[in-house]
Design a protein around this ligand. Structure first.
Ligand code: ZN
Length: 112
């Protein structure tokens, strides 16, 4: 039985791939992988921008910080479910974005 994610040939009765732990009965969609890359990047960008914007326009910093916080939690869960090859990097990027968004959010309130 060929793993739909990594292509490793596993014994026919295996439920999880011996190489990548993918569930053998779940189809792997490469498109989803690209989505989590974009999602984690978006969280990181939101976080960085929210801090910059907090200094310029407090409300923009708060708004973008809130967006970063919302999609940050979703992004970390999505990365863990999809399990891409660069899972660790994406989780770190999303977590950093989440943290930066929180800082931008708080800074925005401090500058009102
Ligand atoms: Zn596999």
């Amino acid at each position: 039985m060929i793993c739909p994610k990594c292509g490793t040939d596993n014994p026919d009765d295996t439920l999880f791939c011996e190489n990548c732990d993918w569930r053998m009965d779940m189809p792997f969609r490469a498109a989803k992988k690209r989505n989590v890359n974009a999602l984690a990047s978006a969280v990181l960008i939101c976080g960085v921008l929210s801090i910059f914007l907090a200094f310029l326009t407090a409300f923009a910093g708060i708004a973008l910080g809130a967006v970063g916080l919302l999609i940050g939690g979703y992004a970390i869960n999505a990365v863990r479910i999809v399990k891409p090859d660069n899972e660790k990097i994406l989780v770190v990027a999303a977590a950093a974005g989440l943290l930066l968004s929180m800082v931008g959010f708080i800074l925005g309130f401090a500058y009102i």
